[in-house]
Design a protein around this ligand. Structure first.
Ligand code: SAM
Length: 214
C-alpha cells in the first residue's frame, strides 16, 4: 500500500536522521516528555499510536503498559520500516499492527482505549485539527477512552519562539510541512469536547505532556 501525500508532510527523506537531529537539539528531553504519563495507561488495553516515528515510544509502551493490542499508524514507509525492524530486533512484536496511512484509514469498528499522538498535532493547522484530524481520531476513541498528547506549545520566551520558528521552517523545507505557525491544539482539543485530566510542562515550558478524556 502507498500512503497518499498528506498535509502533515512526508518524513521519508528525514527518517534516517530524525532521531539524531532531535537528540542534537534537545538531548533526551523530547523522549523523557513522552514517558511522563505512560504509567497511567492500564495494562491489557487497545492502543493507537499515531505518528510514532522510528519506534522508540512503541518499545516503551509495549514494555511498560503490556497492551492487548497496538495499531501503529504512520504515513512514512521509512519510519514504519524502522519501527517494525526495531521491534523484531528486540523480539517485542506481540500484537502490534504496523499500518501505513493516516487517520482516514481508521475503521469505525475498531475503537481504542488509548490514543497517543507524540509531536504530531504540531504538523497541522488549527482548521485541519478541528475539521479533520481530531474528529477522525475521536471517532475511534471509546467513550471511556483517553488521549495522550506530547507536543510543542506557544511560549513567551523569545529564544523558544525563535527555535520553534526555525523548526517550522526546517520541517517545511525537509518534510513539506505546510503550517505557517504552531496551532493552539489545546484549544482545539477543548473545543472538540475533550476534558483535560493531567498536564505537565516539559523542556522549559515549550512542550506540554497532557492526558485528555472525553
Ligand atoms: C515530528 S515526527 C515525530 C516522530 C515521533 N513521534 C517522535 O517524537 O520522535 C511526526 C511523525 O508523524 C508521522 N505523521 C505525520 N502525519 C501523520 C498522520 N496524519 N498520520 C500518521 N502519522 C503521521 C510522520 O511520518 C512522522 O513520523
Amino acid at each position: 500500500m502507498v500512503a497518499k501525500t498528506s498535509t502533515s508532510g512526508d518524513f521519508n527523506w528525514i527518517a534516517p536522521v530524525y532521531d539524531a537531529l532531535a537528540f542534537t537539539v534537545f538531548g533526551h528531553k523530547l523522549q523523557r516528555a513522552q514517558l511522563v504519563f505512560l504509567d497511567q495507561i492500564p495494562t491489557a488495553t487497545s492502543v493507537l499510536i499515531v505518528g510514532g516515528g522510528t519506534g522508540w515510544l512503541l518499545e516503551q509502551v509495549l514494555l511498560r503498559c503490556q497492551p492487548k493490542r497496538v495499531v501503529y499508524l504512520e504515513t512514512s514507509t521509512q519510519m514504519l520500516a524502522r519501527a517494525s525492524r526495531r521491534m523484531v530486533h528486540k523480539s517485542l512484536l506481540g500484537s502490534v499492527e504496523f499500518r501505513l496511512g493516516d487517520e482516514t484509514t481508521l475503521l469505525p469498528g475498531e475503537p481504542f482505549d488509548v490514543i497517543i499522538t507524540p509531536f504530531v498535532l504540531d504538523l497541522f493547522s488549527e482548521t485541519t485539527l478541528q475539521v479533520n484530524f481530531i474528529p477522525q481520531l475521536l471517532s475511534v476513541l471509546k467513550p471511556t477512552g483517553q488521549w495522550f498528547v506530547t507536543d510543542f506549545v506557544q511560549t513567551d520566551s523569545w529564544w523558544q519562539k525563535a527555535l520553534l520558528w526555525s523548526m517550522i521552517r526546517f520541517f517545511g523545507l525537509t518534510a513539506g510541512i505546510r503550517v505557517g505557525a504552531l496551532a493552539d491544539w489545546q484549544q482545539c482539543m477543548a473545543r472538540a469536547g475533550l476534558t483535560l485530566r493531567a498536564r505537565k510542562p516539559q523542556v522549559g515550558g515549550m512542550v506540554s505532556t497532557e492526558v485528555w478524556k472525553r
